[in-house]
Write a protein of this length. Structure first.
Length: 241
């Protein structure tokens, strides 16, 4: 019965997608529209984007808690932007813990947004109870965080191109629509044995991965004397981070 309940809840879904180039190379905004179109079935109620040359975030919304446009995403202010797919079972408790502020919606998205602003990514992830996948961008520090729930209910994939670009989406096909990822014949050969299903990170494509459960992917541009490079961290959420 618990499994059936979980399965039914998982049919409630939105879609997130985007890109991030660590060398600040401009990426065509039209790629966001392509990814939105491929994931339109995940969120037919509305869609929205945040774009600033090297960073793009897109969201397909399925309205659940707040049916008004106040719950549309990306959720953002002058410093942060958030796209989120999921359901936080304890968002009312989190809202009560947070400092009082003026909320414009009754959505769990806005509570997550405020929690990330007030507590930061590490403490917020410790507090969350639910299923989720989200992208959190700090406009001031140019830092992007991709995070997924501990059980891995909500999907989140990411891939790397040959121009220092990272692409992410709720479904692999949205990534394949905008960049070339080569199928891995060995992985495909053994996929019939359930190898990919058992892996927490691997997919059937080279340089395309799942953001593993109990992990968050932290993308931080760092500058050397020669050129910008990526410091990429996979941080565990099991014991707190």
């Amino acid at each position: 019965m618990e499994f059936l309940t979980l399965l039914i809840k998982n049919t409630k879904m939105c879609g997130i997608a985007g890109f991030f180039n660590i060398q600040h190379k401009s990426i065509d905004e039209s790629n966001l529209s392509k990814m939105l179109r491929l994931q339109e079935h995940r969120g037919p109620d509305s869609n929205g984007v945040y774009y600033n040359r090297h960073i793009g975030m897109a969201h397909n919304r399925l309205s659940l808690l707040d049916l008004s446009s106040n719950g549309n995403q990306p959720f953002q202010d002058d410093q942060y932007a958030l796209i989120y797919n999921g359901e936080l079972y304890n968002f009312r408790e989190l809202k009560a813990k947070l400092p009082p502020c003026s909320y414009v919606s009754s959505s769990d998205t806005e509570v997550l947004f405020q929690a990330l602003k007030v507590w930061g990514i590490n403490e917020t992830l410790k507090q969350l109870k639910g299923m989720f996948a989200f992208a959190w961008f700090n406009k001031s520090t140019n830092q992007l965080v991709l995070a997924r729930d501990r059980i891995g209910i909500k999907p989140l994939f990411f891939a790397l191109d040959n121009q220092y670009g990272y692409w992410f989406a709720s479904e692999v096909k949205a990534i394949l629509e905008v960049i070339a990822c080569t199928p891995n014949p060995i992985k495909i050969l053994f996929s019939g044995l359930g190898v990919l299903e058992k892996s927490r990170y691997e997919t059937a494509w080279t340089m395309c991965f799942m953001c593993g459960q109990e992990r968050m992917l932290l993308l931080i541009p760092a500058v050397t004397r020669k050129q910008p490079i990526m410091r990429l961290q996979m941080l565990s959420m099991r014991k707190g981070i």
